[in-house]
Design a protein around this ligand. Sequence first.
Ligand code: 2P0
Length: 353
Amino acid sequence: TAEKSWVRIVTGQTPTNIAVIKYWGKRDENLILPINDSISVTLDPNHLCTTTTVAVSPAFDKDRMWLNGKEISLAGDRFQNCLREIRKRATDVEEEEKGIKIAKKDWENLHVHIASYNNFPTAAGLASSAAGLACLVFSLARLMNVKEDQGQLSAIARQGSGSACRSLYGGFVKWIMGKSEDGSDSFAVQVTDEKHWDDLVILIAVVSSQQKETSSTSGMRESVETSLLLKHRAQEIVPKRILQMEEAIKNKDFPSFARLTCADSNQFHATCLDTTPPIFYMNDTSHKIISIVEKWNRAETTPQVAYTFDAGPNAVLIARDRKAATQLLQRMLYYFPPGADADLNSFVVGDKS
Ligand code: 2P0
């Protein structure tokens, strides 16, 4: 019938983010509440991002989702929590030219179709869940005319995947862990905007685009249960580092930024090693990249590049400027000559947002 023929469509695009002070460990698994604050840099949406199209129509008989063209289940708690929180906040929608009129109360009986694409490898430690869940929440919020601010939306995205809450802002972003039990004070805030510290150039050295062996969710659960180092890190180390990192970012102080970024990546991987059984995310190629950057930084009067690794072997390299980025590429190509059996597959320009 004509009544069933309309469809309202919204498309959103959200970049991924890379933590320079890492989130690792939850105090509440269901609400996704972390044991420490974290700080990230949001990448340029032109390079690594998720594009999500969401549609609503009376013709849809259930919520469905496709990821990179393949249908996936929406049954998990994380999707359901995000969908529920967004639906709860839906408001009236009117698109006159299409004859669409949706009242606030209609939303509970309407179903959505979601199609999401990543322009980078999924689950290879390139923070795909961050961009994915942030984009899902952002797009659904627009579809349903949700009036909440970015901070409120970030708290909803957090319930989809912790790191996702940081992808709703550009520039440098802090996820405040919060103190409450209901998670209402655990959301992201912008530290500095997209225009700040434009000199930085971000390159990702793709060591492997395979799926990782230990998911972040189970990895951090095991670390929380077994690593004393993680406890010490969350309580004693990170609170001080967060303050120092915010200062370094605001002052564009690259030597401090690089020192903190590299140290925090290394400590995160040390907590993985301190977990029983130990978790190995980096491999020999990752270690070789660390050595190359460390030696180079030491040979210069001031550091040129910072490295950081997430839950996988790929290196995220942050160069102080274009000149350092060019030299970095030259050095990498020298140490890892391209070829059929090369240890390093490719470089992806991540770039800062
Ligand atoms: C981060 N990572 O701060 C850290 C550093 C990986 C290493 O956030 O369980 O996919 O969905 O909250 O966000 C990866 O963990 O985990 C992550 P969930 P998430 O970026």
